[in-house]
Design a protein around this ligand. Structure first.
Ligand code: ZN
Length: 425
């Protein structure tokens, strides 16, 4: 029953030397006593969170004053005996963070929600002062409820210092901090993220274009299926057998789509990392907030671009991934600096012809290096088209699995084609 999966996440600042890695273990209690401790701790965590939600609702009344984090941590002392003191304080910290982020959204005039749900159960968080790992056994103290002892599955080694353990129903997450080794010596590349072309990357000499059609199609099918299931559910009573059956089908479909998209994102970013090893990448900042102002169909495709996820993947597969302002990058000619709008192919009056995404990535690279766009750059001659998953190997000149597909911009223009070329292996 013990499965294992690993996931990465980085703090908001993408170029910090310290990184965190989360290891996820599937786990459920084995004995009656363990179940008792496990349930009591999760109930107590839910009770504490609900208490905080009420406390905050009271404080929002006229004349109310929201106490500081330290005040709250003092207030809850000895009130929640089935939690380790550090776990209780950590939950208070999480709650304060949720409040702070809602307040930031409110200040910026964006839609916000204070925590308002009062859950029965909640995940229990253990700090590294509470959770202890000795001889491959993790002990999680839960105050008066007892201590849980979890044997880590074989082959699981922590990549760094244990910082935090999160205990939820069915899984345990171990957060480890590790120093990131300095990766240097790579090229400086510009990356333009898009929908039809998922990633356009260039180092000035060659450009790599990865098709985003597979992700787009997967997203479109997902939305279509979701609409179908929802339409069927509208004719059923909530809680009925048919409703529950449809609900199951819905979540199964959503899970499958999520896995497929994650797989495609991993494969696409891996290709970039293979063509430009250890590169420092500059990437246009995602514009998901713009999606809200767009038409419906367009908004769907923009939101599906999952740019934020791709950036975090690139950040650990390359040396660094830094965000720059990408406004007008795909509308400005890198050669003469004139600005004009084009469809898939950029045709400037000065004679510069290139796929629009290549123009975008060249300009993003210039902004990353020099701080602003400036005319006089050249457009890369060699442009490789690739699919994230269709062919396992990369299209790099010289590698054994090279497809030999190198497109000269001029000749492609003469042929009038700009769609991703078929790679023949
Ligand atoms: Zn031009």
């Amino acid at each position: 029953m013990l499965g294992l999966s690993q996931s990465f996440f980085w703090p908001m600042c993408y170029n910090k030397p310290m990184s965190y890695r989360t290891i996820k273990i599937d786990w459920l209690p084995q004995s009656g006593q363990q179940w008792k401790t496990f349930t009591e701790a999760r109930l107590e965590a839910g009770r504490l969170w609900s208490w905080l939600v009420e406390r905050h609702a009271d404080a929002r009344q006229p004349g109310g004053l929201w106490p500081s984090k330290a005040d709250l941590q003092r207030e809850i002392k000895r009130q929640f005996p089935c939690l380790h003191s550090q776990s209780a304080q950590q939950i208070v910290g999480d709650f304060c963070e949720a409040i702070a982020s809602a307040e930031t959204l409110r200040k910026h005039g964006e839609p916000y929600d204070y925590p308002h749900k009062k859950p029965r159960y909640r995940q229990v968080i253990f700090t590294n002062q509470g959770a202890k790992l000795r001889a491959h056994t993790l002990s999680l103290p839960c105050g008066k409820a007892g201590t849980l002892h979890v044997r880590l599955p074989k082959g699981v080694a922590l990549p760094g210092r244990l910082m935090e353990v999160r205990l939820s129903y069915g899984c345990i997450e171990l957060v480890c901090a590790m120093l990131e080794e300095a990766r240097t010596g790579g090229a400086t590349i510009g990356i333009d993220l898009g929908v039809n072309t998922l990633i356009a990357a260039t180092d000035g000499d060659q450009a790599l274009l990865l098709s985003g059609r597979a992700i787009k199609a997967t997203m479109q099918l997902r939305n279509k299926r979701l609409a179908e299931i929802r339409a069927k559910q509208a004719h059923t009573t909530q809680g009925s057998r048919r409703h529950r059956r449809l609900q199951r089908a819905k979540y199964q479909m959503l899970r499958a789509t999520k896995n497929k998209i994650r797989d495609l994102c991993h494969k696409a970013t891996r290709k970039v990392a293979e063509v430009f090893p250890n590169a420092t990448a500059y990437v246009g900042a995602p514009f998901n907030d713009a999606a809200q102002k767009m038409r419906r169909v367009q908004a769907q495709t923009v939101a599906s671009a999952c740019n934020r996820k791709i950036i975090s993947l690139l950040n650990y597969k390359l040396a660094a991934c830094l965000e720059v302002d990408e406004r007008y990058t795909s509308q400005t000619c890198p050669v003469c600096g004139a600005r004009s709008q084009h469809r898939r192919t950029y045709r400037c009056t000065c004679g510069c012809n290139a796929p629009r995404d290549v123009v975008g990535s060249v300009n993003i690279r210039t902004i990353g290096i020099g701080g602003a766009m400036r005319p006089g750059c050249s457009v890369p001659n060699a442009i490789h088209w690739a699919y994230p998953s269709k062919y396992p190997a990369t299209c790099v000149a010289g590698s054994p699995s090279d497809t030999g597909q190198v497109a000269r911009v001029e000749t492609r223009e003469a042929a009038g084609a700009c769609a991703p070329a078929e790679c023949h292996s």
